[in-house]
Design a binder for this molecule. Structure first.
Ligand code: PLP
Length: 207
């Protein structure tokens, strides 16, 4: 079933964006099934869980690519830098500091995206639009490899304007990558310019 889901979703993406298979809260059996299809790009939203899912499998699958798509606490920066190829959730200066410090220590320099709180939601992670320019400048100055932007539109909102806003922001700042779109709205995100879509439920089933 998972193989068929991957085929269906890839067909709908039609080569227009890269598929991040979100494996959070999934069993190791389902993850193995996904790997059997040849898929190698996965997303996790918690560092501890990502370690338990992927630390060993990394040795078996050296071509694996892992994206962190959930909020990152500064005390997990060390593990995040060690495990992930892309950290999508940069949203504040003290996190930039920790990642810069750990990157240097470990001589590992993951690509980073800035998460933008496009809906200005109090409970949601991501930098506000107001503080975006300052954070980007700060992260670049600290040597982070900022390659793109990520957003999660408000649940009840039409996502298209949020995706369009993120695309404009990326274009203005010469950032090539855009991580946006989930199971329910990835096709809209692709139309708005997503280069990565993050799909969980539509691939693995309900969590
Ligand atoms: C869980 C999660 C997804 C995947 O959501 P689905 O609706 O299951 O596709 C995408 N992005 C983030 C940040 C997530 O936490």
């Amino acid at each position: 079933m998972i193989e068929k889901n991957f085929q269906d979703i890839q067909k709908r993406i039609a080569g227009r964006a890269q598929l991040i298979a979100v494996s959070k809260n999934q069993s190791s059996e389902k993850i193995e099934e996904a790997l059997k299809t040849g898929h190698r790009l996965f997303g996790e939203n918690r560092v501890q869980e990502a370690k338990s899912h992927w630390q060993e499998l990394r040795k078996t699958y050296p071509d694996l690519k892992l994206h962190l798509i959930g909020p990152l606490q500064t005390n997990k920066a060390r593990d995040a830098v060690a495990l992930f190829d892309v950290i999508e959730t940069i949203d504040r200066e003290n996190l930039v500091d920790e990642i810069a410090k750990e990157s240097k220590k470990q001589n590992r320099h993951p690509d980073c995206f800035i998460q933008v709180n496009t809906g200005d939601e109090a409970q949601k992670a991501g930098v506000s639009l107001e503080n975006f320019a300052g954070l980007l400048a700060y992260a670049l100055e600290k040597g982070l490899k900022i390659k793109g932007l990520m957003c999660i539109p408000p649940v009840a909102a039409d996502p298209a304007p949020h995706f369009a806003l993120l695309k404009n922001l990326a274009a203005k700042n010469n950032l090539p990558e855009l991580s946006m779109g989930m199971s329910g709205d990835f096709e809209i995100a692709i139309e708005e310019g997503a280069t990565f879509v993050r799909v969980g439920t539509a691939l693995f089933g309900e969590r």
